[in-house]
Design a protein around this ligand. Structure first.
Ligand code: NAD
Length: 499
């Protein structure tokens, strides 16, 4: 069915929700019986109650995951067999795409078109890609002296704790699940308390696809309860964390206070977008800026929230970007044509409006936007906002806002642009726009960021690593490199006696 012909409001009205945890292949209430309210940011209504997982629930999930790992029901299946099951899982995701997209949009407020076309599709592709990869990876034989044979093999680690945020709930979960499950691990997933619904449904779909019980468990709950218990657990071998830098620090502490589990942090960003005056298609460039900073309501770790423009074109370019911003007015997330939806909750709305106030009081000017929108809906919407007159030391240029707010900062020279771009505690992504080939390479090399784009911003694929320098984290999701996070390297020496 054509997505624009679907009556999403009717589907939302008819939707049912199951907020129970998923442990050892079964839905269950939390051990305490406690729940928390899951609210939709579209209109503030309560969708359902969700199990409030705490230490006892995490213990049960980790025990199930450990038992599944130790008896080899998944870990000792052949890579080809794991591939078949995970491909079936990806097919189940696609078969349930409209249901999953609706859950994602109701739960976290992004437009239904994006949930369907990007989030569900991306999650299925991720799972299928790691499934396809896992029976094509060979281990190594070391070039040792002829008296011995040394095999270097990869083994699954055991139990992986995956703790993920709310901005791309399904996609962030699948970036952990794909490589972790394909490599043979068991997983306990802790979704954000702000967006738990799709993770729970994914676990049911995986079971239906043939993933044995206990291999993939989901414990919803708050960070300081379920999240902390999982990250502190003595029987969890690694934590794949995506979230804020503030909580990423805690992940390292939890590991130090417990079993020194591996911690892979995928954290925040304050990405730089640099435009040189020789770039000849400023309209395409302005479209790319707006499409990247306002996509997902600006709630993207890699959103290019700092726009550095050469002073000779800065005023003109800010106007072009502002004209593009007009196409991103927040609309009804259940309307398939809406370009921007609701922020995830009232706290996030207050945070974003607080940064807009901070920008104004530090002397920046909102060329467009700067206000709450659609307040009459009961939901949490903010206009696309472009600030000019920004200095790189203002709060709006230093701190991650995680909303549709862009700071335009003029520069005089290439060296100054690079210095300001790198003058950030983050280093997730960056972009440079120029037709000068030496400059493009020079600047791309000088930028301290995990991904650098030249003359584009949003190109992306599961085949390339994604992660940050500096306080944007230490891990890399996606690509074959992600297997490094969820496997141990073992060396096995064999003696070969002379004849
Ligand atoms: P967050 O750090 O508040 O929460 C992330 C997860 O950690 C949630 O599941 C939360 O419940 C849990 N958590 C919170 N406190 C915890 C604690 N004390 N112990 C254990 N777990 C805890 O982040 P968020 O607001 O959900 O997400 C937004 C952040 O995620 C932004 O900073 C964004 O840049 C980042 N992010 C990074 C990437 C990336 O790949 N680098 C991708 C998406 C989002």
């Amino acid at each position: 069915m054509n997505r624009s012909s679907i009556d999403w409001h009717a589907r939302a009205a008819a939707a049912t929700f199951d907020g129970r945890a998923f442990i050892n292949g079964e839905r269950c209430a939390s051990a305490s019986g406690d729940t928390f309210a899951c609210q939709s940011p579209i209109d503030g209504r309560t969708l359902t109650q969700v199990a409030r997982g705490q230490a006892a629930d995490v213990d049960a999930a980790v025990a199930a995951a450990r038992a599944a790992f130790e008896d080899g029901r998944w870990a000792r299946k052949s890579p080809a067999a794991r591939k078949r099951t995970l491909l079936a899982f990806a097919e189940k995701i696609l078969a349930a795409k409209e249901e999953l997209a609706l859950l994602e949009t109701l739960d976290m407020g992004k437009p239904i078109g994006a949930s369907l076309g990007a989030d569900v599709a991306g999650a299925a592709r991720c799972i299928a890609w790691y499934a396809e990869a896992v029976d094509k990876i060979y281990d190594e034989v070391a070039p040792t002296p002829h008296t011995g044979l040394a095999l270097i093999t990869r083994e699954p680690m055991g139990v992986i704790g995956a703790i993920v945020p709310w901005n791309y709930p399904m996609l962030m979960a699948s970036w952990k699940l794909g490589p972790a499950l394909a490599a043979g691990n068991s997983v306990v997933l802790k979704p954000s308390e702000k967006s738990p619904l799709t993770a729970l449904r994914l676990a049911e779909l995986a079971l239906a696809a043939g993933l044995p019980p206990g291999v993939f468990n989901v414990v919803p709950g708050y960070g300081h309860e379920a999240g902390e218990a999982l990250a502190l657990h003595m029987d969890v071998d690694a934590v794949g964390f995506t979230g804020s830098t503030r909580v990423g620090r805690k992940m390292l502490e939890y590991a130090g206070r417990s079993n020194l589990k591996r911690v892979y942090n995928e954290l925040g960003g304050k990405s730089a977008f640099i435009v040189f005056p020789d770039f000849d298609d400023l309209d395409r460039c302005a479209k790319a800026v707006a499409g990247s900073i306002f996509y997902n309501q600006g709630e993207s770790c890699n959103a290019p929230s700092r726009l550095f423009v050469h002073e000779s074109i800065a005023d003109d370019f800010a106007k072009r970007v502002s004209a593009e911003a007009a196409h991103y007015q927040p609309g009804d997330p259940l309307d398939a044509t809406s370009p921007m939806g609701a922020l995830v909750d009232e706290t996030q709305l207050r945070t974003v409006l607080g940064y807009i106030d901070a920008g104004r009081s530090e002397g920046a000017q909102a060329l467009v936007g700067g206000r709450q929108a659609r307040a009459e809906t009961g939901g949490y919407y903010v206009e696309p906002t472009v600030f000019t007159g920004v200095r790189n030391d203002m709060r709006i240029a230093r701190e991650e806002i995680f909303g549709p707010v862009l700071s335009v900062i003029p520069f005089k020279t290439e060296a100054e642009a690079v210095a300001m771009a790198n003058d950030s505690s983050y280093g997730l992504q960056a972009s440079v726009w120029t037709h000068h080939v030496d400059r493009a390479h020079r600047v791309a090399r000088a930028l301290r960021a995990g991904t650098v784009h030249v003359n584009q911003y949003d190109e992306d694929d599961i085949t390339v690593p994604f992660g940050g320098y500096k306080q944007s984290g230490n891990g890399r999701d996606k690509s074959l490199h992600a297997f490094d996070k969820y496997t141990e390297l073992k060396t096995t020496w064999l003696r070969i006696n002379p004849a």
